[in-house]
Design a binder for this molecule. Sequence first.
Ligand code: FES
Length: 302
Amino acid sequence: MANVTFSSPVMARDVTVYAVAGDRGTLLGLAKANHIPLPHDCQDGECGSCLVEVRHLARHVRSGVAMTEKEKELLRQLGKITKEEIMDAEVNDMPPKHRLACQCFVRNEDIFVSFEGDTTLPARGTGLSIAAGVYKGGVPVRTMDEFLNYAVQVEQDAAEHFEQLAEAMKACGNADVETLFRQLGGYSRLHLAEAKAKCTRHDVNLTLPPSSSWPDNTSPEKTTLWAGDPLLSRLGALKVALQGERRGFEFYYAIAHTTTDAEIRSVAREFVREETEHVEKLKQWIEQEEAALRMTKEQATA
Ligand code: FES
């Protein structure tokens, strides 16, 4: 039995798992089996995404270090291993500091494994609603075609939804919020154009999924709030928009974290980053709006 402790800034805490002696799995296999978010793509020693730092806890114990040629070559290219370290590993059984988790077999010794993780993605799921889980189970995404078709549908629905909300505001004479929804609709049209550009890049045919394929029969960025209220404030409108963007973020986040297809994962991550920016931007606008409202109130009571 060996204790393998995984540590990363993208994990809320270190996690120690037990590897069974004689089980010839790789570090990456152990991480995956225990839901450790260790980045990986090729799983074949070619991309370097599974780079880890390994600390051997029983320093006095030395056993042969087996490194594949692929691993040595890639670590060398990444500047993570020197000729001397390779020599030490092969001749003196001194393990190098860095390894590729997909090439490194777990042995009967306690080790501490640290990795950076994908720091461009949100670290944890706090703030995620149950929608992330719903989409994980509710929308089957097996191919890039399917994924990008869903993505275009999400962005198109968001654009149309904001435009409908703007019309509703116009009909009830709330010009301020109408302007805001038109602005948000314009941004959604830009995101739609970006999603369609990705389709062209990935040679995907557009056949948008029917509403019935979504949980609740509606795509994520459509909100369930009714915004035809003539008294809807700018703040209320921004909160409506934030709800939609959050659900869009959750949809892409769930795909990025559950797909087994490296290419889909990579494109889903691009969307996650974009949606994160939209969510952050809306949060900033909400803060500014709340600050402005507070100031108006204070001035009124002064
Ligand atoms: S996953 Fe690509 S090198 Fe390990």
